[in-house]
Design a binder for this molecule. Structure first.
Ligand code: NI
Length: 171
């Protein structure tokens, strides 16, 4: 297994719609294992392929931080098929290091995706699980959490990123 390099905003790959996965081969399985390893190493609860500069519809998530194997999810060709309710809470993203901003999302989200063998499954999540499903599926659509902020928070976040870029703490 190998650690992958996580790219930061505004890398163009983060703002590009990912291509669907067609081949469920060993190469995909290895890539997904590398994504899990990279996510755990970075202490994240979710990581999408565009964040490691691969423009495909793939993400991994584990809201239990390796405590519960049932929460270790790899989603290939994900779609959100149902949402309900609303929640607001601080959200971060491994491609925006050090940035935590309150974001309003649905309270519940149902994910439909394929596993690494190509079998379709559904995941019905609430709270953090729903937030993670929505955030990571967004990445596969070329949407970053900056796009989900209120206008004011987005301007503040962009200013902070510019400041960090200027002092060389954001690349
Ligand atoms: Ni993210």
């Amino acid at each position: 297994m190998a650690l992958l390099e996580i790219v930061n905003y505004p890398a163009p790959v983060l703002l590009t719609v990912g291509k669907p996965v067609e081949h469920f081969d060993d190469r995909l399985k290895t890539f997904v294992e590398d994504m899990f390893e990279t996510m755990y190493e970075a202490k994240g609860v979710g990581l999408a392929a565009p964040q490691v500069a691969v423009s495909n519809r793939i993400f991994v998530m584990d809201c239990s931080h390796e405590e519960d194997a049932a929460q270790r999810i790899a989603a290939i060709n994900p779609e959100v098929i149902y949402v309900e309710g609303e929640q607001t809470g601080d959200e971060g993203c491994l491609s925006f290091p050090g940035l935590y901003v309150p974001i309003t999302r649905n309270q519940r989200a149902v994910l439909r995706a394929q596993d690494v063998n190509g079998n379709w499954f559904e995941l019905d999540g609430e709270e953090l699980t729903a937030r993670c499903i929505l955030h990571e599926t967004d990445h596969c659509d070329g949407v970053v959490f900056l796009d989900r902020m209120t206008k004011l928070k987005r301007e503040l976040a962009k200013r902070k990123i510019k400041r960090l870029q200027k002092i060389g703490k954001w690349d």
